[in-house]
Design a protein around this ligand. Sequence first.
Ligand code: FRU
Length: 450
Amino acid sequence: MDNPYKMSYHIEPPQGLMNDPNGFIQFKGTYYFFHQWNRFQMDHSYKEWGLFISQDMVHWESRGSALLPDREEDGHGIHSGSSIEHDGKMYLFYTGSKKDNGIRKSHQCIAISENGHTFIKQRECIHTPGGFTEHHRDPKVWRGKDNWWMLVGAQKSDLAGAVALYSSHGLLHWNYERVLYDQDLDQVCECPDLFRLGGETDILVCCPQKRFWTEDASGKREEVSSYASYIPGVFQEERMSFSPAQPRKLLDCGFDFYSPQTFLDDKGRRIMAGWMSRMDDAQEALCPTRDFGYIHCLTLPRVLTWEHGMLHQRPIEEVFGLRHDARAYSEPKGRFSAQNGQFELCLLRKDPHQPLSLSLRSHTVYITYCPKAQILEIGRKNWANGEMQIRKLSLDALSKLQIFSDNSSAEIFVNDGEAVFSMRYFTQEENLQIVYEGLQQGEYLEYFAL
Ligand code: FRU
């Protein structure tokens, strides 16, 4: 059976379940994207690190398993983490998870690779310090002025989310320093990250998570809420402090974006990709790719910059190398068929204060901009119940739209990456119609097959 949802330029697992991106690095010229992987089943009962490699972050080669849960400290799961290069070696930092008789234990563990093929686990590991519960995970390591730093996503003993800071000189032994940040992080902070953009702004990424009970006609059940956010501010190394300069914001305004990770590549680009499948339970249970033995995927890598006090996210330029069969539409309104589900649409507006509407794949996804209300609205058909789900963004002008579709995903970049909406969508293969309205004189809606 042909798989109409299969991605062409996004990473998805050959089988089983994929979640967080892990250990992003460009090592000796090759891009390494590790990821959380249950290669046996399409659920979260088992986790190891899988690996994809690439020369351009658009064409990927699956390398199978990289780290397996086979030690005392990590026997119940190799959870998320990061990697760095030092003295020609790749160092991987991950959370080893253990659960005996329902009691959770977490260790931050280390593996080293000289060749990118074999990853040798080290004996040293971090035990959770006092003041925290065992929800201590997802180490992110980077080089500071005089030492290495590590952030760990945490839960304090009072059951509030926090980001813990560690330091090290030799990468194998780590000192717990302090709580770096703990404002409104729900019950656990997952997948923290910290990096500098544009010379003087530090971006702290936090993914707050909480569990709560809901009740409806079908009874009481526990739900999880989590989202990816960032705070622009200043990290002072000497004082080991983070001072926010702006309120916390969502990293992505769409439906299925979570646990992003960033790295710096050889070109000096700060690149981020996330898990593009943070679905609710019903959507995960009914995800149509289950019929083909796998679920979930990662987003397209994006380049992050800080411009005029704002975070911008743009697709990596390598994706433009996939463009072929360009077409341009200039009628005020129209409809046309995409060749298949892999395409890019681009619209640069002459007048950013005019209304616009656009719908993709026979109205599976739509975008409308209302300049009067200054609202950008994005809708996506929920495959679990057939209803439209809606996200709204307050926007005083719409100057540019760039959309990347890949058979069962859409990533919508607004105003040159001032906002991004990422989502999965599922529709029949033959639903290829694109409908638009609101082009002004001199505006072109460009289409590229990818
Ligand atoms: C986030 C997360 C991480 C954890 C991993 C386990 O999605 O819960 O905190 O390390 O997934 O797969």
